[in-house]
Design a protein around this ligand. Structure first.
Ligand code: DX5
Ligand code: ZN
Length: 220
């Protein structure tokens, strides 16, 4: 299993986004995590399709789009056209989960489904065979810089279920409060994709911080 660090650009300097992305490239960051918030599904509003489009023109990095919006089904095609490589949506959204998975299957994008801290692991079990990744939120979605909530139990349940059901390759992503202290906790529970915003962008040595999050699990 490969380990990836996905940098949440919610914590980037938006007025210098081009050079922030160049910095991610220069520091061997694996993916860019793009948080879309609509002010309805979560109590915050971030950015959307036009910005993603501009980022796509600027970099070949893998674009991991996290939709925190009430009706993701309506926008799958547009995020695909804007350059997403993976589209992750919430099972708690108002869109039908199966229909939304089918809509992403119509694109070239990989498929992610996400659950908030109060949603049980079982909520994703019916879809395990159909998705590339499950995102287990380790904070209530909406803001960067929040305190990590330990979701190890849930991650273990999902990893065990996936292993038993022929999905040893399932990626499990964690998002919220991930740093050098919290990453090892969720990594040992079975997570392999680590979103990091404030920790990574504040780091003095971004490359080393990413290495600590990955746990040096990948040979460089
Ligand atoms: C929160 C977002 C996260 C956030 C993570 O709703 O989904 O991706 O940017 O930021 P940190 O790493 O600062 O908790
Ligand atoms: Zn996110």
């Amino acid at each position: 299993m490969n380990y990836y660090v996905s940098a949440s650009i919610l914590s980037a300097d938006m007025l210098r986004l081009g050079s922030e992305i160049a910095k991610l490239e220069a520091n061997n960051i694996d993916w860019i995590h793009f948080d879309v918030m609509d002010g309805v599904f979560v109590p915050n509003i971030s950015y959307g399709i036009p910005i993603l489009n501009q980022i796509r023109k600027k970099t070949d990095m893998y674009l991991d789009v996290h939709l925190m919006i009430i009706d993701p089904l309506k926008y799958i095609k547009r995020f695909d056209e804007a350059g997403a490589d993976m589209i992750t949506f919430h099972v708690e959204s108002a869109s039908d989960t199966m229909e939304t998975i089918k809509a992403i299957q119509q694109t070239e994008c990989q498929i992610g489904i996400s659950i908030k801290p109060n949603t049980p692991a079982e909520a994703v079990f019916p879809y395990i065979e159909l998705v590339d990744m499950v995102l287990v939120m380790t904070v209530e979605p909406g803001f960067g810089g929040q305190k990590f909530m330990d979701m190890s139990g849930k991650i273990r349940e999902i990893r065990e279920y996936a292993d038993k059901n022929g999905r040893k390759d399932l990626m499990i992503q964690v998002d919220g409060g991930i740093d050098d202290k919290t990453a090892p906790i969720v990594r040992s529970a079975g997570a392999n994709v680590f979103v990091s915003g404030s920790y990574l962008f504040k780091a003095e040595d971004m490359k080393e911080s990413a290495r600590l999050i990955r746990g040096d699990a990948n040979a460089e």
